[in-house]
Design a protein around this ligand. Structure first.
Ligand SMILES: [Zn+2]
Length: 315
């Protein structure tokens, strides 16, 4: 069974993006996430992009070729995993040339002075449509999300600090307050609440998989609620049983030492009712005796106190 992340990415990788502005934004984030830049002798920039997801690899290749004016040289390398359950690894190599430099300038990787821009993509992100596309690219390149029947967790991780800050700002602009942590060499942004994860996935375009996510989440919540109720009732029941056992034991001891006829009328009735109905709750005893719950409680306490003081005296 493919991982949930893989399923989400498979859907997102087929998201039909028709705005040119958003194509640039998404590709920029994708390449920042999964790409390693290479420079040739003529100061032309190329890139090696790696992913475990074939659909993502195809998307990167299609976007790169589509946005580059004129032919560029690309290669696709597939490393087959020898281990079972492990995914293949796809690497797209975009070989450095003048044309790739043009593309990377448009993507904002090369700034006006010919220097390298590490992760400030403000120019690409003036519109909200592009911001969403950028976050989609980031998730496709370096995101993961747990299947909702486990704990809720969605994260995006990158080794590039400036890019990480950029993503954090963007998430903030959409009202997400992502947690931040470091894992090994990577900066990680994460969401832990089911509502936030759902809105994020909806925003970046994973609508089909969301139906599954939401139905599993709803099931899980109903199950949790039932469990809470059952636990609560079990705990109450246990308390009642424990109290009753203790009362019956104390009253029996009291009656061994002192005849029941010596007890005042009210206490005698309470003692009998308790011994004859060991399973009854306080309210049930109250009904049997025709008095209030606090009255029953008071009488049983009194009986227990008498038993204790008798025992003390014997010592
Ligand atoms: Zn756009």
């Amino acid at each position: 069974m493919p991982s949930f992340s893989m399923e989400v990415k498979n859907e997102l990788a087929h998201f039909n993006e028709s705005n040119i502005c958003c194509l640039y934004a998404e590709l920029s984030a994708l390449l920042r996430m999964g790409g390693t830049f290479v420079l040739n002798m003529r100061h032309h920039l190329g890139i090696n992009f790696s992913t475990e997801n074939a659909a993502v690899a195809r998307r990167v290749l299609a976007f790169t070729k589509g946005l580059c004016i004129g032919e560029i040289n690309t290669e696709l390398i597939v490393r087959r995993s020898r281990r079972l359950q492990k995914n293949n690894y796809y690497t797209i190599r975009v070989l450095p040339s003048k044309k790739t430099n043009n593309l990377f300038e448009k993507l904002g990787f090369i700034d006006g002075n010919g220097g390298f821009n590490m992760g400030k993509d403000g120019a690409l992100l003036s519109k909200y449509c592009c911001k969403e596309a950028y976050l989609r690219g980031a998730f496709l390149g370096g995101g993961s999300v747990n299947r909702p029947d486990g704990g809720y967790h969605l994260e995006i991780s990158t080794s590039n600090y400036e890019f990480f800050c950029q993503l954090d700002v963007l998430l903030g602009q959409f009202g997400f307050s992502a947690g931040k942590t470091m894992r090994k060499e990577n900066y990680v942004l994460y969401l832990k609440e089911s509502e936030a994860i759902i809105s994020f996935l909806r925003m970046i375009g994973a609508s089909q998989i969301l139906e599954e996510f939401e139905s599993v989440r709803n099931l899980k919540e109903v199950r949790n609620q039932v469990n809470r109720l059952v636990n609560c009732e079990t705990a109450n029941l246990q308390k009642t049983v424990d109290a009753s056992l203790r009362q019956v034991k104390n009253i029996t001891e009291l009656l061994k030492r002192d005849s029941i006829d010596k007890l005042p009328d009210t206490l005698r009735k309470a003692a009998r009712a308790r011994i004859e109905n060991p399973d009854a709750s306080l309210s049930e005893l109250a009904q049997i005796l025709g008095i209030g719950k606090s009255g029953v409680n008071h009488r049983l306490r009194k009986l227990e106190a008498m038993a204790r003081s008798l025992k003390e005296c014997e010592k």
